[in-house]
Design a protein around this ligand. Structure first.
Ligand code: INI
Length: 161
């Protein structure tokens, strides 16, 4: 039996973060969470690039272009979609989640989903580095694990090796 697993070791891995400027108060905290988690797992500062987009809607296109460069082992998407008085929230949150998932599958690069979809700003801030943790940091760890897992699968490196 072969067991493939990813470890949380960032040595030699390159990451891109796509961050949406809309609700910047939240997304900048998520971005800090991503950077902190990656740096604490031995990713080098110069191996983390950041790409800002206007809003969550724009994340998938930027993530696709980044994936196409072939320069990154994983991408982390961060942003905050916060419900308002109209159905706008539903359209933006549906498209960003579908788009991010599609790009990962289509480009064969992990794209971790650190985009919050919340009913209000308070819920978002709780998940951006306060009581409910930092979902950016959680997404970064998922990206790290998946990058190592794919590296292992592609080189057939298993636990027994
Ligand atoms: N973009 C967000 O990232 N979060 C939001 O909460 C949001 N709301 O609610 O409007 C939002 N809208 C902008 C959208 O992502 C696009 O940037 C815009 O529609 C232009 O394409």
């Amino acid at each position: 039996m072969k067991v493939f697993q990813g470890k949380l070791v960032g040595t030699g891995l390159r990451f891109a973060v796509v961050a949406s400027r809309f609700n910047d108060l939240v997304s900048s905290r998520l971005l800090e969470g991503v950077k902190d988690a990656l740096l604490r797992h031995d990713v080098r500062h110069q191996d983390i690039d950041v790409c800002w987009v206007p809003g969550a809607w724009e994340i998938p296109l930027a993530a696709k272009e980044i994936a196409l460069t072939g320069r990154y082992d994983a991408i982390v998407a961060v942003g905050a979609v916060i419900r308002g008085d109209t159905p706008h929230f539903d359209y933006v949150s549906a498209e960003v989640s579908k788009g991010v998932a599609y790009i990962g599958l289509n480009q064969r690069v992990p794209v971790a989903f650190g985009v919050l979809t919340c009913d209000n700003l308070e819920q978002a801030l709780l998940r951006a580095g306060s009581k409910a943790g930092n979902k950016g940091a959680e997404a970064a760890l998922a990206a790290l694990e998946m990058a190592d897992l794919l590296r292992n699968i592609r080189s057939e490196r298993t636990e027994e090796d």
